[in-house]
Design a protein around this ligand. Structure first.
Ligand code: ZN
Length: 452
């Protein structure tokens, strides 16, 4: 088995909440970390990588993203949530992707993530046909990203209406059998269900049960906009004994305060996607409310037609949104804020170890430890925006780092980015296909509109 030795890195392992740098070598055998200590001597190493002066840390974990939107980038930068749903879903632009378009969209979207040090993402998909599912999975596989493929329904309005009785597509059973028999692979499966606010209650209950039958996490958008305070969905799920660690609740901006406690109590995870939530009208990010109850806060990029696919931005948005609201409350009481209640350490915890736990992958990733898989990134602290570090690695990564500071990325021991460049031979060819697919999708939509 191939052995790689990463030498002399300044390791930020995040193990048990550790946020300090330690000079370590890391020995990788196959996909696993086999040893981590100073000055490892190993005669049979195939590959030695010099990480001198680099911050060596686990890759980011994005718990909520619609990867297929990558080919339609930037069209939603001034959209509300309502415009977004009408433009991409409800049988509009999203339905114009052929399986070939879906393949290239997922490949391209996953490469963007890897380039920015996001080694794991949950891809909440929109699938018009079984062939689209196969294509989306192949796109993620070919990018060599670690992913949770959240099998989603068509974007058709008949699926996404509040009283839809259409159950989650049966093709999810085929997909599970065809691709996800083993957990010992880079891709695992979730169900991207509509949940009680985008389908009838009985449908949502059935869909959660289907996810459990398939041994999948059920991810759902829930508890935001004007639906959150109106529907009491979290309370209803709790009363029906359905809330649990295998539910991934996305947004949850506007539910009642006591419902955050129920989420935390039952171990359900929350994906905060702070930038699009503030922008599109979901409501205020609820990072602090869930964190206060020791709930599992994680971060996601979500909508890549509206924003970029890196986690550095999301950490900053989440952190400052929370600080702003807490500081404002103190100011309104006539006092000056004396200390900040939420820290950069918290934020890195949300963006990596918590994400791994929410996706059921914390036995494999989320920290750098002997026995875990080697999802590792190097950040270059010599860059003009990071130097000098002044012994503040976490502050530097959360507050100042950018995707271009990610020097190297390894997923399950395999290098996918080195020296600031993605290791993809045919990058220009892929970009050409992205352009062609993007144009074709817009053309098909124009023709459809012209035909009325
Ligand atoms: Zn979403």
């Amino acid at each position: 088995m191939e052995k790689t030795l990463i030498k002399n890195g300044r390791v930020l392992d995040l193990k048990n909440g550790n946020h300090t740098l330690q000079k370590r070598d890391i020995l990788i055998e196959g996909k696993h970390i086999r040893d981590m200590k100073p000055h490892i001597q190993d005669q049979d190493v195939t590959n030695v990588i010099d990480a001198e002066d680099k911050i060596v840390m686990p890759g980011f974990v994005d718990t909520h993203r619609h990867v297929w939107e990558s080919i339609l980038r930037h069209i939603g930068t001034d959209w509300t949530l309502v415009t977004y749903l009408e433009s991409l879903y409800y049988n509009n632009l999203g339905a114009q992707l052929t399986p070939e378009d879906s393949y290239i969209a997922n490949l391209w979207g996953a490469l963007e993530a890897l380039d920015a040090g996001v080694t794991t993402l949950l891809d909440y998909s929109m699938l018009e046909t079984p062939e689209h599912a196969d294509a989306c999975i192949k796109g993620l596989q070919d990018a060599h990203v670690r992913g949770v493929f959240a099998h989603g329904p068509s974007g058709d309005g008949k699926y996404w209406s509040r009283d839809s009785e259409l159950r989650h597509p049966e093709d999810s059973r085929r997909v599970k059998a065809a691709y996800f028999q083993s957990d010992d692979q880079l891709l695992t499966m979730a169900l991207g269900i509509r949940g009680p606010e985008f389908s009838a209650w009985e449908t949502a209950v059935d869909d959660i049960q289907l996810a459990r039958e398939l041994d999948c996490i059920a991810a759902m958008h829930i508890g935001f906009g004007t639906w959150g305070p109106h529907d009491h969905s979290i309370q209803r799920l709790y009363d029906a004994n359905l809330l649990g660690p295998d539910l991934n609740l996305v947004h949850v901006n506007t539910v009642q305060d006591h419902e955050y406690k129920l989420i935390a109590e039952t171990g359900a995870s929350v994906s905060v996607t702070p930038e699009v939530e503030m922008m599109m009208g979901h409501g205020y990010p609820i990072t602090g409310k869930v964190h206060k109850h020791d709930g599992l806060v994680t971060l996601g990029v979500d909508v890549v037609v509206s924003t970029a696919g890196d986690m550095f931005s999301q950490m900053k948005f989440a952190l400052q949104a929370e600080r702003a609201i807490q500081n404002q409350q103190i100011l309104e009481s006539g006092e000056m804020p004396q200390e900040l209640q939420i820290t950069t350490d918290d934020m890195l915890q949300f963006a990596i170890p918590n994400g791994a736990k929410a996706l059921g992958l914390d036995h494999k990733i989320g920290t750098l430890e002997v026995g875990k898989e080697a999802d590792i990134i190097f950040v270059d602290p010599g860059a003009s925006n990071l130097y000098p570090l002044n012994d503040q690695p976490v502050g530097a990564i959360v507050q100042s780092a950018r995707p271009e500071n990610v020097d190297s990325v390894f997923v399950a021991g395999k290098a996918v980015k080195r020296n600031g460049k993605l290791l993809v031979d045919n990058l220009e060819e892929i970009k050409e296909k992205v352009r062609a697919s993007s144009e074709a999708v817009f053309e098909r939509q124009e023709r459809k509109v012209a035909q009325g």
